[in-house]
Design a protein around this ligand. Structure first.
Ligand code: CMP
Length: 541
């Protein structure tokens, strides 16, 4: 209910033109000026990001001596203290409390620097590793030289575990693992591992993955042996609500099979080359947005809404950028250099502030690089993300956002390797099952039509309220209240000559399609059979 109230207040402020301040503050930077001391005005800034923990959580110093104690010397309190910290790791949380305690009795702590080879392909396996902080690159070569350059490198991050195959199968290491940065490990030795029966638990997990792949009819032609291999190299992971799993599908190296919960599939439509968008904006700009004509009123509302969406979208865009860059560290570094080098033209906050200035906002829409996020599907249990990218003709930019899920992921290259010699799997079994989503044109059509309709509805409401107001006696005080509401607003609504309002021209272009609600940015609508667009958002590139 509170959220509903907030949305309603925000909506009112937006319509009344009071949101300028809000948009200026999108950056969470508040300007303070002090002229009292006679010195030149100084700009004081508060940036929320400055107070965020940038450092990854590491093993607390006071806990490290506990790891050095021999298993038989660890007291129940020691074990509990260790468990309270290790519980942060998703791979550790999967075990029962009993199993976790067993772990805490036998685990060791190790810290390795960036580029250190933790284990090498072909060597005998002695340990199982949990990554507490940092990251590890896995390459299937014996040589670690490719760990930082090859595209097929798998990166495991904090919370993941590796090195289990050699222990469970009693084979040699099948890959080389190198620290991608300074990394803390929680290590279990082979003997302890077997003694505690952990190999049985890991074997059970692998069997679950085996069952999952075996049930997938597309892989019916593969031998059990191949499916086992696939199960060993795939990983199960859980993700919280709103975690970006894949920011840009063109850089995605994995296949993601959803086993529990769901994920949203977002599609980014670039408006740069979109003639339709330019036409729509030009059409709305054709009439002077300040003019007190019906077109002027509606145009200003439409453009206000679009620019508002740009402002909100820029926040999402920022998140999108962050997660995209997380996927590719090298890109992130070069991006940072670029960002710092030039003016912050492309910085989301900067643009949002710019757009918030009513009057100039609409006019700048055509000068910017823009895009729209559309939610085009929700993937559920048994569905896969990334498989369509195995076909060269698919080049849509998709993002995968967790809505609280458990996934099995496997490298695309490994999957392709496993199904080699079975050309029919991709072409005949998988391709026909791929879903078709609305084209960019269709998505934009829907969005613009609906925005138009929403603006029309609002105008009608305003007009109705105005009519009532003019008919009511002054003594009721209603007139002055409504006046107060609009008079201070910078919105074009305050300049409207309501008598000139005539909606007849609009009806030709408005389609009464209420399935889409672009105003409810970031909110979910009801489930629908065909892919719909429950939220969309403008952002700029
Ligand atoms: N394709 C892969 N994806 C994820 N992890 C892998 C992959 N290949 C190997 N590994 C991990 O790397 C480890 C290397 O040692 P192991 O063979 O004991 O166990 C292996 C797995 O834990």
């Amino acid at each position: 209910m509170l959220v509903g109230v907030c949305i309603a207040i925000r909506k009112y402020a937006f319509e009344a033109g009071l949101l300028d301040n809000y948009l200026v503050n999108v950056s969470h930077r508040h300007k303070l000026t002090s002229a009292s001391n006679g010195v030149a005005d100084e700009e004081l800034k508060f940036n929320e990001a400055d107070y965020k923990i940038k450092k990854e959580f590491t093993v607390p110093e006071d806990l490290k001596p506990l790891f050095e104690r021999k298993p038989e010397k660890r007291s129940p309190e020691d074990i509990e203290a260790i468990r309270n910290v290790l519980i942060r790791m998703s791979s550790f949380r999967k075990y029962t409390t009993e199993m976790q305690k067993l772990f805490c009795k036998i685990v060791r702590y190790e810290r390795c620097q960036k580029r250190r080879v933790v284990l090498r392909k072909g060597h005998i396996g002695y340990n199982l590793y949990f990554i507490f902080s940092g990251a590890v690159n896995i390459v299937i070569d014996k040589d670690d030289a490719s760990a930082f350059v090859r595209k097929e490198t798998v990166t495991l991050k904090s919370g993941a575990c590796f090195g289990e195959i050699a222990l469970v199968k009693d084979t040699r290491r099948n890959a080389t693992c190198v620290c991608a940065k300074d990394t803390e490990f929680i290590v279990v030795d082979k003997d302890d591992f077997k003694e505690a029966g952990l190999h049985i638990r890991l074997q059970e997990e692998t069997e679950q993955r085996f069952d999952f792949f075996r049930k997938w009819s597309a892989l019916g032609a593969l031998t059990d042996d191949k499916i086992w291999q696939m199960s060993y190299v795939s990983r199960v992971e859980e993700f919280n609500h709103n975690k970006v799993l894949v920011a840009d599908s063109r850089q995605n190296e994995w296949l993601w099979f959803i086993t529990k919960g769901s994920c949203d599939l977002l599609h980014i439509v670039s408006l740069d080359k979109c003639g339709k968008f330019k036409n729509v904006v030009r059409k709305y700009q054709a009439t002077d947005w300040k003019s007190p004509t019906p077109d002027g009123v509606r145009n200003s509302k439409f453009l206000n809404q679009v620019s508002g969406a740009v402002a909100m979208g820029s926040q999402l865009r920022e998140r999108y950028e962050n997660s995209k860059t997380q996927l590719d560290k090298r890109k992130k570094n070069s991006q940072r250099i670029q960002d710092n080098a030039g003016p912050k033209r492309k910085n989301g906050t900067y643009q949002a502030t710019l757009l918030s200035n009513a009057g100039t906002s609409q006019l700048q829409l055509l000068d910017m690089d823009r895009g729209l996020f559309f939610k085009i599907d929700t993937l559920r249990d048994g569905e896969c993300f990334g498989i369509d990218q195995l076909f060269p003709e698919t080049n849509r930019t998709l993002s995968l956002i967790s809505k609280g899920c458990e996934v099995i992921h496997i490298m695309k290259s490994t999957f392709v390797e496993m199904i080699q010699g079975h050309a029919d799997i991709l072409e005949e079994r998988i391709k026909p099952t791929l879903k078709e989503y609305p084209s960019d044109e269709e998505l934009l059509d829907q969005y613009f039509k609906n925005t138009d309709w929403e603006c029309y509805k609002e105008e009608l409401m305003e007009k109705t309220v105005y009519d009532i107001e003019t008919k009511l006696p002054y003594e009721l005080g209603l007139r002055s209240r409504i006046r107060n509401r609009t008079s201070g607003a910078s919105s074009a609504m305050s300049q409207v000559n309501y008598d000139a309002l005539d909606g007849s021209q609009w009806k030709d272009v408005v389609e009464f399609d209420q399935t889409l609600k672009p105003k409810n940015l970031f909110t979910k609508t009801e489930k629908s059979k065909s892919p719909v667009i429950p939220y969309s958002c403008l952002f700029h590139f």
